[in-house]
Design a protein around this ligand. Structure first.
Ligand code: KG4
Ligand code: ZN
Length: 342
C-alpha cells in the first residue's frame, strides 16, 4: 500500500493506492484563499500546505481504514512546481519514509498526469490491462504538453507551449472580461450559452507542422478587441458569445493538434488530463474528432483532471512493481524539472 502526496501548486492532496486501487484520495483545494489575489500566491500556498498536510494525511488513512503500519512505500511529487510548495509535501514524505523505514518515490508531476486517464470507476482503479500506445494532452493552468506515450513508463514530449499555458489563457481572458477567479470554469459555463460563430479569434499555430502551442497572442487579440468594443463585455449576450468564441479558438488548436499527432504517429488512442480537461467544449471537441477518425479517447475523470495524489500513487506503484529504484531520502526537489529530463 502506497501513501502518495501532491503539493506542487494550490492543492494539498494525499492518496492511498493498493494494487491499482485508489483506497482514498483526499484533496484540500486552496482556490478560495487565492481568489482575492486573482492568482496563486506562492507564500500563502506553502503555509496552507504546511497547515493541511498532516490533517489531510490522517483523513486519507482514516478513509481507507488503514494505519501507517500497513504502508509499503511513500511517494510524493518531486517537481515541477512552486519551489516551497513542493518542499512542504516532499519533506513530509521523506520524513514519513525515514521514520517508517520505507522506500520513497519522487514523482514527476506531468508524468503522473499522464496516468490519470487510466484511472476510473467507483471506487477508482487503474486499468493498465487496457493501456496502449497513445498521444496525451496535458492541459492546465501551468502547463500545455503534447506527449507520445509508447508504453508504460515510456514517453517522449512532442511539444509544449512557447508562452502561456491553455488554462492561463482561459484565466487571463476571463480576467479581461471581469469574470471571477479562477476564470476557466466560469468562461466554460458562459460559453455553453453562447454562439461561437459570432466573434472569431485567431487559432495560433494551428496549421504549424510542429507540435508547439502559443496562447499569448490569442489573449492579446481579445484585449485589442475589447479596447475597440468596450461596451460588449457588459452586454450579457455579447459576453456569452465572446466566451464561446475564445473557447472555440483554444479548443480547436488543442483538439486538432492532438488528433493530428495521433494520426502521424500511427497510434489509435488519445488521452487528456489537467484542469482544462474539465472544459466541456474541449471534451466535446475531442470526442467528435476521435470518433471521426476511429480513435479511442480516454478523458481523465473530472475529479482526477485537477491536481490529485491518486495519480501520483498509481504511477509510484507502477514504478515500484517495475523495479525502478526509489529515491534517496535526502533527494532534492526539482521545481524546474522538464518531462523527459533524467
Ligand atoms: O490542473 P489544475 O488544477 O492546476 C494546474 O494549473 O496545475 O488546472 C487549473 C487550470 C486553471 O487555469 C483553470 O482555469 C483551468 O484549469 N480550468 C478550466 C476549467 N476548469 C479548470 N479551464 C477551462 N474550462 C474549465 N471548465
Ligand atoms: Zn497539474
Amino acid at each position: 500500500m502506497i501513501l502518495a502526496i501532491e503539493s506542487s501548486c494550490d492543492e494539498t492532496s494525499v492518496a492511498l493506492v493498493c494494487d491499482g486501487r485508489v483506497l482514498s484520495n483526499r484533496v484540500s483545494s486552496q482556490i478560495r484563499l487565492h481568489a482575492e489575489y486573482g492568482g496563486v500566491v506562492p507564500e500563502l500556498a506553502t503555509r496552507e500546505h504546511l497547515r493541511n498536510l498532516i490533517p489531510v494525511t490522517r483523513a486519507a488513512l482514516d478513509h481507507a481504514g488503514a494505519r501507517v503500519e500497513d504502508l509499503t512505500a511513500i511517494a510524493a511529487t518531486r517537481g515541477p512546481g512552486l519551489p516551497a510548495a513542493l518542499l512542504a509535501g516532499f519533506t513530509t514524505a521523506s520524513a514519513l519514509a525515514c521514520s517508517l523505514g520505507l522506500p520513497l518515490f519522487g514523482i514527476h508531476h506531468h508524468e503522473a498526469h499522464l496516468y490519470s486517464p487510466w484511472i476510473w470507476g467507483d471506487p477508482p482503479e487503474a486499468h493498465f490491462s487496457e493501456f496502449e500506445p497513445h498521444v496525451s494532452l496535458i492541459v492546465s493552468g501551468g502547463h500545455t504538453l503534447l506527449v507520445h506515450v509508447q508504453g508504460e513508463l515510456q514517453h517522449s514530449v512532442l511539444g509544449g507551449t512557447l508562452d502561456d499555458a491553455a488554462g492561463e489563457c482561459f484565466d487571463k481572458v476571463a480576467k479581461l472580461l471581469q469574470l471571477p477567479y479562477p476564470g476557466g470554469p466560469v468562461l466554460d459555463r458562459l460559453a455553453g450559452e453562447g454562439d461561437p460563430t459570432v466573434y472569431r479569434f485567431p487559432r495560433p499555430m494551428l496549421t504549424d507542422p510542429g507540435w508547439e502551442f502559443s496562447f499569448s497572442g490569442l489573449k492579446t487579440s481579445v484585449r485589442y478587441f475589447l479596447e475597440k468594443h468596450p461596451e460588449l463585455a457588459s452586454d450579457p449576450r455579447a459576453l456569452r458569445n465572446l466566451c464561446a468564441g475564445v473557447q472555440a479558438a483554444i479548443v480547436e488548436v488543442l483538439g486538432a493538434k492532438a488528433v493530428r499527432a495521433a494520426g502521424q504517429l500511427g497510434v489509435k488512442c488519445v488521452t487528456a488530463s489537467g484542469g482544462v480537461t474539465c472544459n466541456r467544449g474541449l471534451r466535446a471537441d475531442l470526442e467528435r474528432r476521435c470518433a471521426k477518425r476511429g480513435l479511442r479517447l480516454r478523458l481523465a475523470d473530472r475529479m482526477l483532471c485537477t491536481d490529485n495524489a491518486a495519480m501520483v500513487g498509481v504511477l509510484a506503484e507502477r514504478k515500484f512493481k517495475a523495479g525502478v529504484q526509489p529515491d534517496d531520502l535526502d533527494a532534492p526537489t526539482r521545481p524546474g524539472w522538464a518531462l523527459g529530463e533524467p
